[in-house]
Design a protein around this ligand. Sequence first.
Ligand SMILES: Cc1cc2nc3c(=O)[nH]c(=O)nc-3n(C[C@H](O)[C@H](O)[C@H](O)COP(=O)(O)OP(=O)(O)OC[C@H]3O[C@@H](n4cnc5c(N)ncnc54)[C@H](O)[C@@H]3O)c2cc1C
Length: 356
Amino acid sequence: MDEFKELFNLAEERAILIDKNNDMEDVLDKVKESGILGLIIPKEYNGLGGGYYDACRVSEELALRCSGVAHSIVIHNMAVDAIRLFGNEEQKERYFPKLLKGFGCLAITEAKGGSDVANAVSMRAEKVGNSYILNGHKVMITNGTFGEIFIVVARTGEGARGLTTFIVEKQEGIEVHKINPSGMRGSGLSNITFKDVEVGKEDILLSEGRGLRVALGTLAPNRVPFSAMGLGIAERCLNLAIERAKSRKAFGGVLSDLQAVQFMIAEIAAEVEVLKRAIYSFAKEMDDTNYAGAVCKLKAAEVAKKAADIAVEIYGGYGLIEGTAVEIAYRDAKVLDIAEGASEIMKLLIARKIFS
Ligand SMILES: Cc1cc2nc3c(=O)[nH]c(=O)nc-3n(C[C@H](O)[C@H](O)[C@H](O)COP(=O)(O)OP(=O)(O)OC[C@H]3O[C@@H](n4cnc5c(N)ncnc54)[C@H](O)[C@@H]3O)c2cc1C
């Protein structure tokens, strides 16, 4: 991870400003020059050839410092992975060089719903000759403001088999409207309108009608690196809580002299340890990506939220002051519960494995 040290330092230095302004524009150049965008692009396409384990390491290290930058990289890697897993040779040759230099986005969610993708997607892709014309709206798309390559799920027919996933380059007809999330701020979250955007049939991933397979097949394994963000946030909270407990004077000593405070910290430390081992074990070996992603994401959200809650508790009133490090972590942690699949959907995937 030494090669990304400068980026990690910059993310740490700017974290509070990125949260305050919901903007990481001044970190984008460093991200691009660091080479991190090529982390999971195979070596034969001039990437670093990393896998999910490396993606987890980067995700954890960045989230320890700044969740906005971490989220942006996690989603970029999802766009890369959609092509790595489902793209053909021509698509890899055409788009990996672009994704080495520019950000990717994954545009699935629409206003009608993000959980029930099969029914909620209404964005149309009309076939005209050898092309498709895209019209519709996507909501809550990470990296939207600065993304250059969009992996877009659109409707080419009816029902779950009527979805198709396209690789779409930034072009006229794509209008991006930045929005203001409460946590993981700075990652360019946007609502996006596609108006008469033309895409060639060669830009379909896998094949027409198999868009749901591409979307779900990309999300599943990438929920493990997404969960490593929860790990990073929990570790950030643990460090903050320990630091505060050791330095805050009370009752003739410091907070960490009190067993009640020690126990709160011990509890987070144990949960972080177990989460870390689970995430890296799944990252090395995933027999069932749906199950691995769901288990990690469900637990990562719980641990990150609990760690943030305890850190705020130990900070007392200061933990509830807008823009303090623990207050930011508290908002960041909640995002783990919703983005890239709600916790209830993770339970549904786990239950499906148990009962099917
Ligand atoms: C910060 C952020 C970044 C995001 N980035 C992206 C992105 O890059 N690309 C993208 O496509 N989307 C993105 N999203 C959207 C995200 O994936 C959706 O918000 C998420 O999938 C939930 O969809 P929804 O918000 O429409 O909630 P709904 O689908 O309306 O669900 C609302 C709630 O209902 C419950 N629920 C739903 N279905 C079930 C069920 N079957 N059983 C039990 N309970 C259920 C859950 O509690 C769920 O949270 C992002 C969201 C956020 C907040």
